[in-house]
Ligand binder design. Structure first.
Ligand SMILES: Cc1ncc(COP(=O)(O)OP(=O)(O)O)c(N)n1
Ligand SMILES: Cc1nc(C(=O)O)sc1CCOP(=O)(O)O
Ligand SMILES: [Mg+2]
Length: 201
């Protein structure tokens, strides 16, 4: 499976409405702290927008709502994996993206039959506190050897200047939050990411 090399992660359908029409082809809806009705409405809106703009939607964490809303891709971390029902996800035909941060997590992820594996944080991230030190580019190379032909996503502290290194080390896609959403001009930054990743598309 080929994934787009630019993987945008946002925390609302409003962001999707704003940025996906610019040509984003892979987006994750990552919402924390919203009640079930609110989440369902966000997922529904995101799904409709993504369908309209030919963009692959990945729902973070909320796998049961993703099934109920007819979504086809879910991202789970290792803690999420402990409570998710993989058989239910499989029966619903949902593809699974999984986070990894060390070798033990990589073994767990590979055993779950993922559609992609994410490795992070490659560089320091300001989005959330993490217990792992930055992985660095060599770690991408090591992960690639274990994960291929399953796509490998790099995440954490990425920006357009860091993309050459990340892709040369073997990542298939680069995931980003704050470099776009905290940028003074998110639309211009999104266009920059799309252009910069064109050579790997
Ligand atoms: C592409 C991608 N990679 C990693 C993560 C992190 O997932 P997780 O460890 O479950 O942490 P939260 O994002 O849920 O805080 C991700 N969401 N996407
Ligand atoms: C959500 C997330 N997961 C990570 C992991 O390593 O699993 S790093 C990360 C934050 C990514 O945000 P930014 O692009 O702003 O650094
Ligand atoms: Mg999670």
């Amino acid at each position: 499976m080929k994934l787009d090399p630019f993987y945008l992660i946002v925390d609302s359908a409003a962001w999707i409405e704003r940025l996906v029409p610019l040509g984003v082809r892979l987006v994750q809806l990552r919402i924390k702290n919203l009640d079930e009705d609110g989440l369902r409405a966000e997922i529904r809106k995101a799904k409709a927008l993504c369908a309209r703009h030919h963009c692959q939607l990945v729902v973070n964490d909320h796998w049961r709502l993703a099934i109920e809303e007819g979504c086809d891709f879910v991202h789970l971390g290792q803690e999420d994996l402990q409570t998710a029902n993989l058989l239910e996800l499989q029966a619903a035909g949902i593809r699974l993206g999984l986070s990894t941060h060390d070798h033990a997590e990589l073994e767990t992820a590979m055993a779950a039959g993922p559609a992609y594996v994410a490795l992070g944080p490659i560089y320091p991230t300001i989005l959330k506190k993490m217990k792992w030190a930055p992985q660095g580019l060599e770690r991408i190379r090591a992960w690639k050897g274990r994960v291929a032909p399953i796509p490998l996503i790099a995440i954490g502290g990425l920006n357009p200047e860091r993309l050459d290194g990340v892709f040369e080390a073997g990542a298939d896609s680069a995931a980003v939050v704050t470099d776009v959403t905290l940028n003074p001009d998110p639309e211009a930054r999104t266009r920059e990411w799309i252009e910069k990743t064109e050579q790997w598309r």
